[in-house]
Design a protein around this ligand. Sequence first.
Ligand code: TH1
Length: 829
Amino acid sequence: ENTSELRPTHPLAIAPVVAPAASVDGFAKQFLQNLNFDQGVTLSTSDVNDQYLALAYTVRDYLMARWFDDRAQQKAQQNKTVCYLSAEYLLGRQLDNNLLASRLTDIATEALAQCGIDIDDLRQVEIEPGLGNGGLGRLAACFIDSLATMSVPTIGYGIRYEYGIFRQAFADGQQIEQPDAWLRMGSPWDFAHPEAAQTISFAGTTETYDDDGVERTRWVPEWNVLAVPYNMMVPGYHNGRVNTLRLWRAVATNAFDLHTFNSGDYVESVRAQTFAENISKVLYPEDSTPQGKELRLQQQYFFVAASIADFIGNVLPDDFDIEKLPERVIFQLNDTHPVIGVPELMRVLVDEKKLEWDAAWAITQKCFAYTCHTLLPEALEVWSVDLLGRLLPRHLEIIYRINDEFLLEVRERFGDDEMLIRNMSIIGEHPSRSVRMAYLATVAGSKVNGVAELHSQLLRDNVLKDFAEMWPDKFTNVTNGVTPRRFLRLANPELSDLITEALGAGWTVDLERLRGLEALADDVDFRERFAAVKASNKRRLSRVLEARGEAPLDDGHMLDVMIKRLHEYKRQTLKVLHIVSTYEGIVSGRLDVDAVQPRTFLFGAKAAPGYGMAKRIIHLINAVGEVVSADERVKGKLKVLYPANYNVTLAERIIPAADLSEQISLAGKEASGTGNMKLALNGALTIGTDDGANVEIRKLVGDDNFFLFGMSEPEVEALWAEGYRPADFYQDDEELRRAIDLIASGAFSDGDRSVFEPLVSNLLYDDRFMALADFRSYLDAQDRVDAAYADQDSWVRSAILNVARSGYFSSDRAMRDYLERIWHATPVS
Ligand code: TH1
């Protein structure tokens, strides 16, 4: 805003902002200018990082004018803004996505070539912002891409972690974690706005006071930090729209060290700054397993309070009537991580805006909706009342009052059923008093949704059963989706070209058009070309792996991939048992090695650093891989590859090359999965359980094009109820016994039986995720896979049908569902 008394007179100062010319000359000029005047180097003295940064600035420059417009429009419009509140955004590299969105790829490539630069060399330099753990964070990134592409006014709010998800390395087959210093080489895609910082308070006490005859409460905090926004552009695909991703960074306030830590000790006061700035220092590397740590609650409150204050104070016009808030915003809660926003909005409305409690509550309920992403009981976040009350005393009071009024409603509705009251209370009493964040979100939200049909059903039937009975209309499903821009158009250019040639270009924003490929599945020529693309993608992946110092892929191998976080419920162990069993079959002579279908098993997975069992499984995969890949008796038929540090960038290379997609979680445990969608969309066939979105994938692609195995969710429940004894399965299945015995014997640990003993005894005597119970069914399904792969014509046909029938899994469709069922917002023209 120009606040100066002077009025601008220069013609350039009053003209609208214009983008550089969208031509090779225009691009080259802007690039060189940025290299010279922003990077401070000449072309001949620049290195590849200078060039990358100048390129990024240039792409940014093209998007800038639209971004100004869209932000101005956001303020002026009457539309609802979707505020997506998420602790994680797993964005992946930005350069190619932004070039694609703004139609600059060819121009940039040519302009750089004329400067003597190969754009591919610059692509390699970008460090992806890994501000998420896995599916939940990647989903948020897909959603904001789709919302921009659909011209829905959206602000993604989150945290600008200084260190994202750790870099994984292996030492002797075991995971080691290294800090992800993604900002070290510069961060050209975001803009700091220190002038728009919010002050975020913590701790202290509450007090009542007389406000002109009305008794009110106020919070007297003890310390605070500044939340500084960093804006990133979120360009829509070919529609000129640019939305905003606003990530908050914690910076110490002066008041901070003065207030609490003023000891006259300079060193102490600098230490205090570090304490404040720790809040946005690092992403918690736990996926679906909350740790209940104080710093984590600080992070949550920090970004949510800043976001709410920003939206009300900066995005809405100054004279905005706060009672109309639900007309202008929906805060979508990405799992429970931002749920502390509920009492925060109440505090703002009641304590600051001085609304009556009931009016404030009516507004709050309309402004929030909650997406639940899990069913694992240990993943449902709870905060100890002690901790929450110490860090956010006013919020705890508000939560208590919300709960009191809610429980009155329960009594009115269901009578004085004390058991029910205890079960539904937002405050849990055992083992110690805690706030159940999922319940708070459910009570406060206008809608609660699961992320796949089965998951939403299980939420209604089990986890949130009583709530679903009380408010049946509150519950809905929105099946997850993935962005076709990044995961088909960018990741798989050759398949994209083939599709465009067959169907025209519209599929990128209307993925159901892929249906048109069905007719081509029986076309011999098309099948050949499709197969050639897959082969080419495998060669590309092979080069990528070699460049990372891994073994290349062998020709003629089926590429069998399992890429996802390492978690017991996902059952990487079941995959290992299949590999070990096949290997054991070969070395014992049970299987004729010459008849074995050559396969490369490719794993990509990080384990939470504190998750001991997951780390042991990583060790086992690497150990088995080393032995199996090197054993001459196997004659090169089985290879195991486990490239370290699986991330979005690597996923974009693996997925287009995959033949087989492993989606083998225990039924009822994987809420949705999204890798399953990306792989099907790129023509991999799925071997999977009836779990999460697998159910919908199978329904759409058809049983003939999907390898189903394993217990169904009700069968899982029944087996638990009857008492699951994994050792029985071990006793009754000779192949299973031999596979487990081989691991236990030390065959993969230089004869040392102790290395994998905890893993083996866990399988035999606990096996929470019933790998042994599903083993036989899994092996049978793998036999069907081998038989199917032997008939390449029919395999390729199935692969094409997988692509053709995966249009439903576009995140554009998911966004339409959210808009219709939850947000009641509309795109702007
Ligand atoms: C994942 C789910 O496990 C996965 O099934 C789903 O496809 C994905 O979310 C997107 O909906 C989850 N990730 C997390 C991460 C944390 C906490 C809970 C979940 S659920 C930190």
